[in-house]
Structures are given as structure tokens and as C-alpha cells.
Design a protein around this ligand. Structure first.
Ligand code: GDP
Ligand code: MG
Length: 370
């Protein structure tokens, strides 16, 4: 953890160093003014003197850095694009995801398709596309707050009979904040009251201007219900993906994001994760927040067992000690001992934060900041 000298600790509290030394002595520690004490000791002393301590939690950067050595351009290989479908409630996000999945599954996959899945992959013209069903805009924001950039391309679904609604605007803002290109899918064009031109007009006010109106936003008019124009949508996605030139390094320990997770009665914690860099293998030691474990088994979106999962591949993972929260980052650690140290550290940090919450008196912000 972080260390601090008696001198700078005293300075931060704007008290005499002698007072700190005296308090330390009372607590049974002898120290000189230039001596360093650890953050635990500093916290106790500061609390005794009436100060609250905010130990800056550095998301165990050391551990992550060890894992996340810089990939050189030579390490990088093309990977499938990751697409998220966003939009107002009831405009057809789930229906569109389902329609694409059912239209593009091979016979061998069909049997494994379950009612709900957080992420899946389709193949079109020999190219793979990964679709992720974000659990909602709030979760999307939480993911971004954690530094997880899950998606490469956002599909904005707008119902042709309803037009731009509050969550449509929210979705646009989220996609812009994440700096991902937006493809507009005007859905429900099968409905008699559908008015795609109205949707286009309304989106112009949000700087999404169709090509035929002089802009550069791709619009596709679809019907999830009748599975109309889905191929065109996939083609547009591949077109945008080509410009993005998405790459990753498959030859390193995996890291990515937990898309969703639950406790299964028979199988224990089950997490759907998206591998974003590296390759995840059965037997790897993985960490997501304070959940950890050895990957016992992995299944692809069709329920087939796989031994490894490369970049952009979503997989179901068995073997976590507990259910990791959706949106949490995960990473594989080659050295299991190191993995367990990281977990210990994380548990300790959790304790530190709880300690802080119970003992606030006078506030002293960021004790350990420069
Ligand atoms: P979500 O909330 O955005 O995920 O929307 P859903 O996929 O749950 O769809 C909301 C409602 O719209 C459901 O009753 C769907 O059956 C219906 N719906 C979705 N897509 C279409 C479409 O293309 N045409 C028509 N007519 N109805 C649709
Ligand atoms: Mg839905």
C-alpha cells in the first residue's frame, strides 16, 4: 500500500509533527519525523487526532499493468466488431437482436439457442459480428465509468410509428460520449402508421443526418417482426467495421467485461463475459472485482463447449467463486499465486473503505494526494 512520512502527514493535517509522533508513541509505535508509516497506521493516527482519511484506491494498477503489457502493432490481429443495440423502450431492441440471431444461426446452433442471451456472434459474408445486449443505459454508463469500452458500433433503434423519444436522445448521448459510430435502424416499418421520414427529420435535430439529405449517417429501415432488411443492416455494420479496423492481441492473457451473471442452481455462478483482448482458456485463473476462480468450462452463445475464446468472443464461464456484477472488468492471471494476492488486496481495500465510512469526524480530503 501507500506510505507517507510523519512530516507530510502532519502537514496535511496542519498540525505539529511532534503531536503525530506523540500519538504514535501512545499507540506503541516509535517513529522519527522523516520516517515513513503505512497507510493503515496513518489512518489510525489521523482518526485518533480527529481526521477522516481518504486512502486513494488505485484500482490495483500494479497488478493490471503487469497483465496489460503494451501490445505492439506487430502483436495485433483483426478481430470481429462488437455492436450494441440502443434505443427507447419498446422500440424493438430485443426483437431486433432475436431476429438477427434467428436469421443467422446455422442448423447446428439452433438447438442450443436459449430464451435469453446477453451476447452472441453471427457470421455474414465470412465475417463475424458480435452483438451485445446491454442491460440498459445505466449499466452502459457504469461500464464506461469503469473504463470499459465494450462496444465498437451503436445501433440506434427508433420505432417508425413513435419517433424520437427521451431514451433515444439518451442513447445518442451515450454513444457520442463513448465515441462510437452510430447506425440508425428505423424499426417497425411494417406498421401502417410507420413514418420513416418523420424519424429522419427528428434525428436531424440531433445531428444525425441521412446521406440522401446531405449527411453522413447510415439509416436502415427494418422490421424485426417480418425480418425485413436485416441483411442490409449487417452489411452496413460490416462497412462501418471495415473503417474501424478493430484489432487485438490474441496471444496474451485475456481481459474483458462481464456482460451478465447469475447464480445457477446446478452450475453455481455463471457469467457471460466478452473477451476484449487476449485469449481466455479453460483452466485460467480469472478475477472480476472480488470474484475469482479457475475457468472450469466455457460455452459459446449456442451452448457448445469451447476450450478457448479469443478477442470479441462472448462466452459463458463457469468457475467463479461468486457472481461478479455486470459491467465489471475481468482479467486472467497466468500466475495463480499472484491472482490470489490481488484478491487479498482487493478484499483489504474493501475493508479500508468500510473503516473510513464508520469513522469520519473532521474531513481531510485525499490525504495521500500530492
Ligand atoms: P425493446 O424494449 O426495445 O427491447 O422492444 P421489444 O423488442 O421488446 O419490442 C417491443 C414491442 O414492439 C413488442 O411487442 C414487439 O413485438 C414489437 N415489435 C418489435 N419490433 C417490431 C416490428 O418490427 N414490427 C412490429 N409491428 N412490432 C414490433
Ligand atoms: Mg428489450
Amino acid at each position: 500500500g501507500e506510505n507517507i512520512t510523519i512530516k507530510s502527514l502532519a502537514e496535511k493535517m496542519a498540525i505539529n509533527a511532534a503531536e503525530v509522533i506523540k500519538k504514535l508513541m501512545e499507540l506503541g509505535t516509535m517513529a522519527t519525523i522523516n520516517q515513513e508509516i503505512d497507510s493503515d497506521t496513518a489512518t489510525i493516527v489521523a482518526n485518533e487526532l480527529g481526521y477522516e482519511v481518504n486512502v486513494k484506491v488505485e484500482e490495483d494498477k500494479e497488478a493490471l499493468l503487469m497483465q496489460d503489457h503494451e501490445d505492439t502493432p506487430a502483436d495485433l490481429e483483426p478481430r470481429p466488431c462488437v455492436v450494441t443495440i440502443m434505443g427507447h423502450v419498446d422500440h424493438g431492441k430485443t426483437s431486433l437482436l432475436d431476429a438477427i440471431r434467428h436469421t443467422n444461426v446455422t442448423a447446428s446452433e439452433a438447438g442450443g439457442i436459449t430464451q435469453h442471451i446477453g451476447a452472441y456472434q453471427v457470421e455474414h459474408n465470412g465475417k463475424k459480428i458480435t452483438f451485445v445486449d446491454t442491460p440498459g443505459h445505466a449499466a452502459f454508463t457504469a461500464m464506461r465509468a469503469r473504463g470499459a469500452k465494450v462496444t465498437d458500433i451503436a445501433i440506434l433503434v427508433v420505432a417508425a410509428d413513435d419517433g424520437v423519444m427521451p431514451q433515444t436522445v439518451e442513447a445518442i448521448n451515450h454513444a457520442r460520449a463513448a465515441e462510437v459510430p452510430i447506425i440508425v435502424a428505423i424499426n417497425k416499418i411494417d406498421k401502417p402508421e410507420a413514418d420513416p421520414a418523420k424519424v429522419k427529420r427528428e434525428l436531424t435535430e440531433h445531428n444525425l443526418v441521412a446521406e440522401e439529405w446531405g449527411g453522413d449517417t447510415i439509416f436502415v429501415e427494418v422490421s424485426a417482426k417480418n425480418r425485413e432488411n436485416l441483411t442490409e443492416l449487417l452489411e452496413m455494420i460490416l462497412l462501418v467495421a471495415e473503417i474501424g479496423e478493430y484489432k487485438a492481441n490474441p496471444n496474451r492473457p485475456a481481459r474483458g467485461t462481464v456482460i451478465e451473471a447469475e447464480l445457477d442452481k446446478g452450475r453455481g455462478p455463471v457469467a457471460t463475459v466478452l473477451v476484449q483482448n487476449g485469449t481466455l482458456r479453460v483452466g485460467n485463473f480469472i478475477i472480476a472485482g472480488v470474484a475469482y476462480g479457475k475457468v472450469r468450462a466455457m460455452m459459446d452463445h449456442a451452448g457448445r463447449r469451447v476450450k478457448k475464446a479469443g478477442p470479441s468472443m462472448p462466452v459463458e464461464v463457469l468457475g467463479f467463486s461468486e457472481v461478479p456484477p455486470a459491467g465489471e472488468l475481468f482479467f486472467a492471471v497466468e500466475d495463480e499465486k499472484l491472482g490470489k494476492q490481488i484478491i487479498d488486496e482487493r478484499h483489504n481495500k474493501k475493508r479500508e473503505l468500510e473503516l473510513k465510512a464508520t469513522a469520519p469526524r473532521v474531513s481531510l480530503d485525499d490525504l495521500f494526494s500530492q
